[in-house]
Design a protein around this ligand. Structure first.
Ligand code: ASP
Ligand code: MG
Length: 423
């Protein structure tokens, strides 16, 4: 007998029919002798619907009181889907009980719309499990010290599930979703993309931060911190498929590099179209310049990703960096109006039509020449690299957005990701 946490995404909870199927699947696991905790998302579209209503009525300048109400509002999506799942389980003849985050309680910081989980009290849940009940806990939400309802940011139910699994020391956290696992890259771009049977936690963390949308990045951080065994698998298989087969399906996120079954140098290709590039030209090359530029950007609460400073010529240099595309206009305005004049920069140039393509693999630690192979492949396709950044297990390049698909496809082929790994 094991303690298992299941997480179901919005699509899996999208209609009463689908919720009934989730209930049947969970009942199958419970009848196989497992203690079951389920963390659902809101029914698909519900969070967007609620937030759109708020927007219609929103006050001019959003401030903390408004964000508090957004959380109060958005959290109802998960409260509804959780209660519906409990009802569906009862209809299946199971004893089931649902709890909102504050009832557990799941304690969080007070940062509305992006709260962080501080602690989870497992007593109430354990008592129910010991009494033979299936316990359903709302995803996406918690309660702060002042008793206010908070939410964890979009996609936050993944994090709720992993955190609950960590608190209960669950044997495994299964994330049921509308894809059947983690792929070498997005199959919509590269049809030959393969599902990975295993992926290391570090690779998953990089992929999540580099644009892969399979898991909320914080859930991966949580899994890493508490070593929660985690699996991503499809909720669209028939609910009554063989449980042993189901338990082995999808992609397992592993922590032991040595028993990696797949020893590829590069495990996946991530891409992200959400960035924009900005260059400040002809700034004096002297101490404090990076701080003056990026300090102003940080002060405006704009997050910076890649940064490059050129070699200087005649005491002047160019400085480039990327920001989220939504922040592009605001950043350019800020630099043009405030920073460039103060620095005596000659110009501020920007390009919102770029993308970032990254290769990820823990094998890069022990193999040389992986990055240069990436550069060669891109040059053979005539793709110009505008910026490069590397870490131990990834290399990212910024290129023109119009070459994104070509770049991803060529790299996928060049690193043999379409070939099954020899055992
Ligand atoms: N319902 C929330 C959202 O749509 C949380 C989640 O689904 O993970 O972002
Ligand atoms: Mg999700």
């Amino acid at each position: 007998m094991a303690l298992i946490v299941h997480k179901y995404g919005g699509t899996s909870m999208g209609s009463t029919e689908r919720i009934a199927n989730v209930a049947r699947r969970v009942a199958k696991w419970a009848r196989a002798g497992h203690q079951m905790v389920v963390v659902p998302s809101a029914m698909s579209g519900e969070t967007n619907r609620l937030l759109a209503l708020a927007k219609e009525l929103a006050p001019g300048k959003p401030a903390t009181p408004y964000y508090r109400e957004l959380d109060m509002l958005a959290s109802t999506g998960e409260q509804a889907s959780s209660a519906l799942l409990a009802i569906a389980l009862q209809a299946e003849g199971m004893e089931a009980v649902s709890y909102a985050g504050w009832q557990v309680p799941i304690k969080t910081s007070s940062a509305y719309t992006k709260a962080r989980i501080d602690s989870i009290d497992d007593q109430r849940v354990r008592a129910d499990l010991n009494a033979g009940k299936v316990v359903i806990i709302t995803g996406f939400q918690g309660v702060d010290e002042g008793g206010n309802i908070t939410t964890l940011g979009r996609g936050g139910s993944d994090t709720s599930a992993v955190a609950v699994a960590a608190a209960l020391k669950a044997d495994e956290c299964l994330i049921y979703t509308d894809v059947d696992g983690v792929y070498t890259t997005d199959p919509r771009i590269v049809p030959e993309a393969r599902r990975l049977q295993t992926v290391s936690f570090e690779e998953m963390l990089e992929m999540a931060s580099l644009g892969s949308k399979v898991l909320q990045i914080r859930s991966v951080e949580f899994a890493g911190k508490y070593k929660v065994p985690m699996r991503v698998l499809s909720s669209f298989t028939a609910w009554d498929i063989d449980i042993t087969e189901e338990a082995k399906s999808g992609t397992l996120i592993t922590f032991e590099e040595d028993d990696q079954m797949e020893q590829a140098v590069v495990s996946g290709i991530a891409f992200n179209r959400d960035e924009a590039k900005i260059s400040v030209l002809g700034v004096p090359d002297k101490p404090g310049i990076a701080f003056q530029i990026l300090g102003a950007v940080a002060e405006a609460n704009i997050e910076v990703d890649m940064i490059i400073q050129n070699v200087s010529k005649d005491g002047k240099t160019d400085f480039s960096f990327t920001v989220h595309r939504n922040e592009y206009v605001r950043t350019v305005d800020l630099l043009k109006e405030k920073v460039a004049p103060a620095l005596g920069a000659t110009d501020v140039l920007g390009d919102p039509k770029i993308c970032k393509v990254s290769i990820v693999g823990i094998g890069m630690r022990s193999h040389v020449g992986v990055a240069s192979k990436m550069f060669r492949v891109l040059s053979e396709e005539g793709i110009n690299i505008q910026m490069i950044s590397t870490s131990e297990i990834k290399t990212s390049v910024v290129i023109d957005e119009k070459y994104m698909e070509l770049a991803v496809r060529s790299l996928h082929r060049a690193f043999d990701l379409d070939q099954p790994i020899a055992a």
